[in-house]
Design a protein around this ligand. Structure first.
Ligand code: CP3
Length: 359
């Protein structure tokens, strides 16, 4: 265990390694966010980036869902765009819109201007937050970075996009430029994730949220080699690496092949089908539809149990949503889900052992 010296709940890390667990581990993407009134109150005074730059406050926000929901892992509070600033591109984060670039990346010169960065020098506050949390948290801390396709899409489009028209056009019309960009992004994010692990993150997640907009053959030719290199670079550090995107049902086998420890699955793909695609060498994470949290508790419970039943058919399963918590979610619904996940008795005893057997 990387966190501190005291006993840390490690069922999340055990499940990442497909080891037996006493309970199914659970955490939620965007578990620190606007659904929490205390977070909204902090946001009346501080912007998102203010919070990221203030280690004590950032650590407090990161920890809130651990104390309020009882989740089995914390995820660093930050945004995938934070290191993009360190590479020399200015952006703003607009509420209910997303990242907006001051000047989108379009030309050879724009790619040439992007620069590598030393995480300790450029983003010391991120690593300080991690060091602080690693000593204090009762659960493992997940570090993260954006995936190369998703970061490139914001940089090239200049903001969120429906069809990724400019991004895919660059990929096809200027493969040389695209590959130069992927090369820089994947190397910079590898280094950033390595620094997070060295600072005390027990696992990392690569959020390639929008990579599911690609066909399988395009992913293979234009993105996979870079994801694979990131995963190969990180492997010697010995911590689990989760790779996630939405609409990625057809790409799941590719993610496992690229070397992910854990494959994140959105709600569109049933977990038993995901398992058939990825094989038995990786763990799965997902995949409750975040909109189910708006259903009455009894309907929500049925959804949770369907996901749990499919997820626990084979060892190596972490309960999560299929994408982030929506800002208008009721906190009590998230608390219920955690309770139900922890109360769940898997049919498959190979995936579960009693506490005594694990001691
Ligand atoms: O979620 C919140 O309510 C907190 C605040 C917030 C974050 N980013 C935190 C974050 C806000 C307002 C942003 C801006 C932003 N960045 C948006 C718009 C959000 C909105 O609805 O106002 C978007 C789309 C981004 C880009 C981004 N950031 C992506 C695509 C991802 C990957 C996860 C995903 O949703 O697909 C992030 C990561 C991110 N942003 C995290 C946090 C706390 C980290 C991971 C996590 O907690 O799961």
């Amino acid at each position: 265990m990387r966190n501190g010296d005291f006993a840390v709940n490690n069922r999340f890390l055990r499940a990442c390694r497909r080891e037996p667990v006493d309970r199914v581990p659970v955490w939620f993407m965007r578990q620190a966010g606007r659904y929490d009134p205390e977070y909204r109150q902090i946001r009346e005074t501080y912007t998102l980036l203010d919070i990221c730059r203030e280690p004590e406050l950032c650590a407090r926000v990161t920890r809130m869902p651990v104390d309020k929901l009882g989740v089995d892992a914390a995820i660093l509070f930050s945004d995938i765009m934070v290191p993009v600033g360190a590479m020399g591109m200015s952006f703003s984060l607009q509420e209910n819109v997303g990242p907006v670039m001051e000047r989108p990346l379009r030309t050879d010169e724009d790619v040439a201007r992007l620069h590598a960065f030393d995480p300790e020098e450029a983003l010391p506050y991120v690593l300080e937050t991690i060091r602080h949390l690693a000593k204090a948290l009762p659960v493992p801390l997940i570090g993260f970075a954006g995936g190369p396709f998703t970061l490139a899409s914001y940089m090239i489009e200049g903001g969120p996009s429906r069809d990724y028209l400019r991004t895919k056009t660059m990929m096809l019309a200027r493969p040389d430029l695209w590959h130069a960009l992927m090369d820089k992004l994947s190397q910079a994010m590898s280094r950033y994730l390595r620094a997070q692990i060295q600072a005390g993150a027990s696992a990392v997640q690569i959020f390639d949220s929008w990579v599911g907009s690609l066909s399988v053959h395009t992913f293979r030719a234009h993105v996979k080699p870079y994801v694979q290199r990131m995963l190969t670079d990180l492997a010697p550090l010995g911590v689990p690496v989760i790779y996630f995107g939405v609409h990625t049902g057809e790409l799941l086998a590719e993610f496992a092949e690229a070397g992910a420890t854990v494959v994140g699955v959105d709600w569109r793909t049933p977990l038993d089908r995901a398992r058939q695609r990825v094989g038995t060498s990786v763990a799965l994470q997902g995949n409750l539809d975040p909109v189910s949290l708006f259903a009455p508790p009894d309907a929500l419970r049925r959804e949770v149990e369907t996901v749990l039943r499919l997820g626990t058919e084979s060892p190596g399963y972490i309960f999560n949503l299929g994408h982030g918590v929506k800002p208008t979610t009721d906190l009590a619904q998230l608390q219920r889900v955690v309770e139900w996940v922890h109360a769940f008795e898997p049919q498959n005893q190979a995936a579960r052992r009693t506490k005594e057997e694990l001691a």
